[in-house]
Design a protein around this ligand. Structure first.
Ligand code: ADP
Ligand code: MG
Length: 678
């Protein structure tokens, strides 16, 4: 029924169907879910004496006499009359709309909406929106439009669609019990009220219901995804070795790390596969948590795979793990794109044999055709990418292995409930002791010379610095700009220093060489595009300069800043921007004041909306149509609770009362988004 094509709706012919398609409306269901952007509210009209000249307002008045026609010149007619409310009146002029003017009836009451002007001491309104004054018309919907369609037309078509829908409605997709409990209005009332409300309160009630519904469907979908592979046995951890691992560390774990490790261990002991996200700020020490899990698994004879987003990062994780496991019998292996075919084969052979305990590589490498003897744990270092899709990809390599996702991007709780709804969440909200605050400054380009001097002073002490130039895309033009800038720095400012350039177009080998040289001090100043965002731990690097800082989101800046302050020395982050305007300035000010990634993420959400957090469209998460995660936190929580209640009672939505929900979840997570629900 809801898939009914547009042509069956009264008032929609070929031509209008094409126009509607432009608005991404293809079916009856799309049409009735095409919600107004706003409303003209006639439900509380302004009394005439309270009208303010120069403002747009709505008032209610009686047409004093049949509008009088005047031909000003050829093709230009004007109708005039007086609108009366008791002892007050407003002059009405209507240009070139004889149809409207002649439809006005003397003595009848109408709503008028438009700009109020003052002319020789009298209120005047010209070409207003006019509606017959009755409760049906108290709030007029205003739809986002395309050329050739007016709100009025759309409103009519939608009214027709609504009567069709009501005739055939199968009842509400949200079960009665849930609706009652969460105070949601009925679907039919909601559709009526959102398109044809009688007062603002109706709109609120309807909106709340649709927002709730959207978030509910999203969370049901994510939860169903999460439980997809559950119930089947994973390779279970028999004995916990995390204490032994901890004893080997040269430092004390933070409380948050301990909590995260014990959450993992308790998951790993279960026969349902772990599905956990560890979220923590840069430098919060997530790798150690992963390493502890790997350690225990290896001691139990179970293999782990560790996937990193880039080659550089895979190498770094490899180095970290080898160091942490030194002197044990745990065999660690690295598989990267630059390994020769022969070597690759040998590495893979050792994996199948079970000689290797843990393999580290990029997402691509580990998903290709790697086979394992007993893969029990997959760790994905996502950094700041969220891909529902790829998370599952390695899943069929083992017997439903445990999965652990690490994200270095603190994201607001609201968002993680949604984006990571398919995962259990552990937050590491504590940095290891003794970390220094990174001093952050926002300056304009006139400071460059001073900054260069400042950098030199530090380089002379054997320390290192980054200068980041943003590339909007890694395209040729921008790249040339970055290269030229590096050249210029080299020639004009740092001729006595070793400068390296790092960008995304470089081959893995080249990048690795540069990073190695930077880590060893062979290169002391690294001019880089954003590729360093996801990499590399160089304790001697103490200055991070970011050019055109206004081009980055706050969370991105925070990530970049996290590349310094990793050692004992005092570190600095300098944001350079010539951007005018309050917005840009105050964004950069936030960076100077705050070092808490979660707070920064909240700000980012507030300032830029949730788009950034959802990443690219490939994230696999359906786009939100009506819910706004910045404003609807309460509803997010309630709908999450509702989704849990529903699934607790009916884990796979098989009950009759959940039929509607199931269909709706399915259609929300359809093929387009490449997610299959069973
Ligand atoms: P991230 O969470 O950004 O991945 P890492 O795991 O790379 O952080 O840790 C950053 C640095 O902090 C590493 O050098 C690591 O050895 C160190 N580290 C981790 N945990 C602690 C701790 N509890 N105390 C001191 N240093 C720690
Ligand atoms: Mg890390």
């Amino acid at each position: 029924m809801k898939e009914t094509p547009l042509k069956f709706i009264k008032g929609v012919g070929e031509k209008r169907a094409t126009l509607l398609n432009k608005l991404d409306i293809h079916t009856l269901s799309d049409l009735i879910r095409y919600f107004p952007r706003s409303y003209l509210d006639f439900s509380a009209p302004t009394p005439i004496p309270k009208l303010v000249p120069g403002t747009t307002a709505c008032f209610c008045a009686v047409v004093g006499y049949t509008p009088v026609k005047n031909e000003i010149r050829r093709g230009m007619t004007i109708y005039k009359t007086l609108l009366i409310d008791g002892e007050y009146s407003v002059h009405l002029s209507i240009f070139n709309n004889s149809y409207l003017a002649e439809s006005l009836i003397e003595g009848e009451e109408y709503y008028f909406y438009g700009k109020i002007q003052l002319n020789r001491g009298m209120f005047e309104i010209t070409n207003p929106v006019i509606e017959k004054a009755d409760s049906e018309n108290a709030m007029l919907p205003v739809y986002p439009l395309t050329a050739g369609l007016t709100s009025k037309m759309l409103s009519k078509i939608i009214a027709n669609a609504l009567s069709l829908y009501e005739k055939d409605s199968q009842g509400d997709i949200i079960p009665d019990g849930i609706r009652k409990k969460y105070g949601l209005c009925h679907e039919q009332f909601a559709f009526r009220s959102i398109h044809r409300p009688q007062n603002p309160h109706d709109v609120e009630i309807a909106r709340r219901r649709f927002i709730f519904e959207e978030l509910l469907l999203l969370q049901l979908g994510m939860k169903l995804l999460k439980d997809r592979n559950r119930g089947t046995t994973a390779l279970k951890l028999e004995k916990d070795f995390s204490a032994e691992f901890e004893a080997r560390l040269p430092f004390c774990l933070t409380g948050a790390q301990k909590k995260a490790i014990s959450a993992c261990i308790s998951d790993l002991k279960g026969s349902t596969p772990m599905n956990r996200l560890i979220q923590g700020d840069v430098g919060s020490g997530k790798t150690v948590v992963a390493a502890s899990a790997i350690f225990s698994m290896a001691k139990n004879g179970i293999q782990s795979a560790f996937m990193a987003p880039t080659d550089i990062l895979a190498r770094q994780h490899y180095a970290t793990l080898t160091r942490l496991f030194e002197g044990t019998d745990i065999k660690t292996e690295l598989l990267t794109g630059s390994v020769s075919a022969k070597k690759k084969n040998e590495i893979k052979q050792r994996l199948i044999n079970g000689e290797t305990d843990v393999i580290i590589g990029t997402h691509a490498l580990l998903t290709e055709d790697t086979r394992f003897a007993s893969l029990g744990l997959i760790i994905t270092d996502e950094q700041h990418r969220f891909g529902v899709k790829q998370r599952g990809a390695l899943g069929d390599k083992g017997t439903n292995p445990h999965t652990l996702v690490m994200s270095a991007t603190p994201i607001p709780r609201t968002i993680s409930l949604i984006v990571y709804g398919d995962l259990d969440l552990t937050v590491i909200d504590e940095l290891p002791k003794g970390r220094q605050k990174i001093s952050t400054y926002a300056v304009d380009t006139t400071y460059r010379q001073r900054i260069y001097t400042f950098i030199k002073k530090h380089l002379d002490l054997g320390l290192r610095a980054y200068i980041v130039c943003p590339l909007v895309e890694e395209n040729e033009g921008d790249l040339t700009a970055a290269k030229q800038y590096a050249e210029k720095l080299k020639k004009e400012h740092f001729s006595d220093y070793k400068i390296g350039l790092l960008h995304g177009k470089m081959k893995a080998k080249e990048k690795e060489k540069i990073m190695k040289d930077f880590a060893s001090g062979e290169i002391s100043l690294l001019v880089a595009t954003t590729v360093i965002e996801v990499g590399v731990d160089v304790p001697e690097s103490v200055i991070m300069v970011i050019e055109n800082a206004e081009r980055f989101g706050l969370s991105q800046l925070h990530q970049l800043r996290g590349r310094v302050g990793r050692g004992k020395e005092k570190s600095y982050c300098i944001l350079i921007s010539d951007a005018e305007g309050e917005g840009a300035r105050s964004r950069l000010e936030i960076m100077c004041k705050t070092s808490d990634g979660f707070k920064i993420a909240d700000k980012d959400l507030e300032l830029r909306g949730p788009g950034d957090f959802f990443g690219s469209r490939q994230s696999g998460i359906p786009k939100l149509k009506i819910a706004d995660l910045t404003e609807n936190m309460d509803i997010v929580r309630q709908s999450k609770q509702a989704s849990e209640e529903i699934l607790k009672k009916d884990p796979r939505l098989m009950l009759h009362e959940n039929k509607g929900l199931k269909a709706a979840v399915r259609s929300l997570f359809t093929d387009k988004k490449r997610i299959t629900l069973n």
